[in-house]
Ligand binder design. Structure first.
Ligand code: ADP
Ligand code: ZN
Ligand code: ZN
Length: 685
């Protein structure tokens, strides 16, 4: 359609009656006082100024890009300025995308403008019409891996086992009948879940439909990408956080044009504009990375389910350790549950041996490696195996303290202690990124008696090297993987057996399927256990189960050694027996007793201010107002205010309160939205 032909289109009949007004969301990059603004549609733009269209509109003294939400029938008259232009011939958001945007805005109490900004890649939102800019084609390793996704000989699917077939059945039916359906695939690590996803996706493709596969960023390994690329050569798009804006925009356009049929990606892949969506798969549905940690604070799994409902498409969630909320839903009718309770080809799950670190201490061993783990490492490597040592903390010392006055070296802008990184001889704040050289003397009292306590991966690497000088070591954590290519390269070197032992944080815990890993050492199972969060038990159980699941995927037997100070804790206890059900039952009891999700929902409101007293006062006032207006009998509790767990962050003090109950939406209109406030619905899940 050219500009010429647009002019000649008959205006719709209602145009004659008067001017048409539309509600537009301006994309100014700032949160605005109102969600939408009203504009007049000039006659010549009428055919294109449809819902979802990207427009240019005067805003204050500027011209800004905006999105048409729909006709503004409620417009009561008064001054409205005219749209200047419509930027695309085809609306950038189709009906389903617009509905999804509205749903997200309502569910997460978020400005719809921010929702739309999250849904569209920057390079797409900001692009001027008149063709795509063909910038230099830099290509990241992940895109390369998918492209390799053309030369590779297509790989045939193995025959499914009987159990896999049964697990795939409900999805295959839903794909064939093109109905929305929600299935939870609960399968132990190495059960062959990915193979079930692949078969369901293949069925969708064979029916002329397309697929979204969501994988947590840290499980988006070259192996995962290659596995999908080999099964669906030339049809894969890979979306992850390290793509450049132009790469992302290019992939988005190709997806929208229907050139690519399977989108594999992290959280934001849920918004991929596939024109013929036929199935959504979410692997590791319990991964915390699916929750966006800035506005709009959406949970991508919930968004996936809503998108599935809107487009009448089935949604398959998979995990070895589903969130108890999800598992509960599978038992109360929200999902169908299918189970793979054994590893493929009957391989046993690796037994987990518990090492009680309290006894180790009593025996005088202060090293991070217990005698048992030391011996197991030796034996593993003598036999030609590879090992993974898991410690979910980076750095050398997790705190630097003064032995004279007892103060810890802490961040100037946050209420946390700094982590010492010996390689760079610097102390870093892991929350705001500030960094300072290791002080020679105590910043508080001037004493020289300062020392590091607690251990991170950086120190573990040094210790292991001292003890096993001939071992070829690799370390994977956020410090060694600043670029995604570094992540890929470490992964590839370990997969090729260019290294014997890999030391890593949770980055090594998920998704990996490496046959020669015969030992997993969990150096400290308790790192996340005492975190002040109602999900600390669940996240500990899930992390331990996942990391243990990296062992024993080949033909050789494997061992897992789990070191802990809390062997009696239920999350640790059930993890050591691979007992998800036992864990889930106990966790559900705790949640019910304490009235936590799934027995309630929560919304967390946090206010920031440079002065502590002002933040506290604002929080107190908000609590008084919200409680007052809700009144008795609302079924909602207002808890707080309290200082946030990180009371001070990036130089600002934070206070918070929580509204908890069944229908938390009742509180939404009452929540404070002014400056400094942030609202988090279903926080942290
Ligand atoms: P999960 O996703 O549950 O961890 P995977 O799908 O990665 O498990 O399967 C584990 C391993 O078993 C992979 O190496 C995979 O190629 C292999 N596998 C899966 N299903 C089959 C099958 N039906 N026949 C043979 N090998 C299979
Ligand atoms: Zn001191
Ligand atoms: Zn800081």
């Amino acid at each position: 359609m050219t500009a010429q032909s647009i002019e000649t289109i008959e205006p719709p009949a209602f145009m004659a009656a008067g001017q048409r007004h539309v509600a537009v969301v301006p994309d100014t990059g700032a949160i605005l006082p109102k969600d939408t603004y009203t504009y007049v549609v000039p006659q010549h733009l009428a055919p294109l100024a449809v819902p979802g269209a990207r427009v240019m509109a005067p805003f204050g003294a500027r011209e800004v890009i905006g999105y048409v939400l729909g006709d503004d029938d409620a417009f009561a008259g008064g001054e409205a300025r005219a749209l200047s232009a419509v930027l695309d011939e085809r609306p950038i958001l189709d009906d389903a995308a617009l509905q999804l945007a509205r749903w997200i805005a309502a569910r997460y109490c978020a400005p719809i403008g921010e929702v739309i900004r999250a849904m569209l890649p920057k390079g797409v939102r900001a692009a001027r019409p008149g063709g795509r800019k063909r910038g230099p084609r830099t290509t990241s390793a992940a895109v390369e891996a998918a492209r390799a996704g053309h030369d590779a000989v297509a790989e045939a699917a193995p025959a499914l086992t009987v159990a896999q077939q049964a697990a795939a059945e409900p999805m295959l039916e839903a794909v064939a009948s093109r109905r929305h359906r929600r299935v939870l695939l609960h399968g132990v690590t190495g059960a062959g879940k990915t193979e079930v996803y692949l078969v369901a996706i293949a069925a969708a493709l064979a029916a002329g439909r397309q697929a979204i596969v969501m994988v947590p960023e840290i499980a988006l390994t070259p192996q995962t990408i290659r596995r999908f690329a080999a099964r669906f050569p030339g049809r894969i798009a890979v979306l992850h956080s390290a793509l450049t804006d132009s790469e992302r925009a290019r992939e988005w356009r190709r997806i929208r044009e229907g050139e690519l049929d399977v989108v594999v990606g992290s959280r934001s892949a849920v918004f991929a504009p596939l024109p013929r969506l036929g199935i959504i798969v979410v692997d590791e549905e319990d991964a915390s990375a699916y929750k966006q940690d800035r506005i709009p604070r959406y949970h991508a799994v919930d968004v996936a389910m809503e998108r599935g409902r809107l487009e009448d498409v089935p949604v398959l969630l998979g995990s070895a350790t589903p969130r108890v909320e999800t598992y509960y839903a599978a038992h109360t009718g929200g999902f169908e549950l299918v189970t793979l309770s054994e590893r493929i080809t009957g391989r046993p799950l690796p037994p987990i041996e518990v090492v009680d670190l309290r006894e180790e201490l009593r025996a005088g061993n202060r090293s991070p490696l217990s005698l048992d783990l030391d011996r197991a490492l030796r034996e593993c490597h003598e036999g030609g195996g590879q090992s993974i040592l898991f410690l979910n903390r980076r750095g050398t010392a997790t705190v630097v303290v003064c032995r004279a006055c007892g103060e810890a070296v802490s961040c100037d802008s946050c209420s946390v202690s700094l982590v010492y990184h010996a390689q760079r001889r610097r102390c870093d704040c892991h929350y705001c990124g500030r960094s300072r050289p290791l002080p020679d003397i105590c910043p508080s009292c001037g004493s020289a008696a300062i020392r590091g306590l607690g251990m991170g991966t950086e120190r573990l690497e040094v210790e292991v090297h001292q003890r096993f000088p001939s071992l070829r070591l690799l370390r994977m954590d956020r410090d060694t993987t600043a670029s995604r290519d570094a992540y890929f390269s470490i992964y590839d070197r370990f997969a090729r057996h260019d290294a014997d032992c890999l030391i890593g944080t949770q980055m090594v815990a998920k998704g990996w399927d490496l046959g020669n890993v015969r030992l997993v050492g969990i150096v400290n199972a308790d790192v996340a256990l005492h975190f002040p969060d109602y999900r600390s038990g669940e996240s500990t159980f899930s992390l331990l189960t996942q990391v243990a699941g990296r062992a024993g995927r080949g033909d050789e037997p494997a061992r897992v050694l789990l070191q802990t100070y809390s062997p009696q804790h239920y999350a640790v206890r059930h993890a050591t027996t691979h007992d998800y059900l036992g864990f889930a039952r106990e966790e559900i009891r705790v949640r019910r007793a304490l009235h936590f999700p799934p027995y309630s929902r929560m919304v967390l409101c946090t206010v920031n201010h440079q002065q502590d007293a002002r933040a506290e006062a604002a929080a107190r006032q908000a609590v008084a107002e919200v409680s007052g207006k809700l009144g008795a009998g609302s079924g909602l509790d207002v808890l707080g205010p309290t200082p946030a767990f990180l009371h001070r962050l990036r130089g600002e003090y934070r206070w918070q309160f929580t509204v908890r109950g069944e229908v938390i939406e009742r509180a939404f209109p009452l929540l404070p939205r002014g400056r400094g406030w942030s609202i988090d619905v279903d926080p942290g899940t």
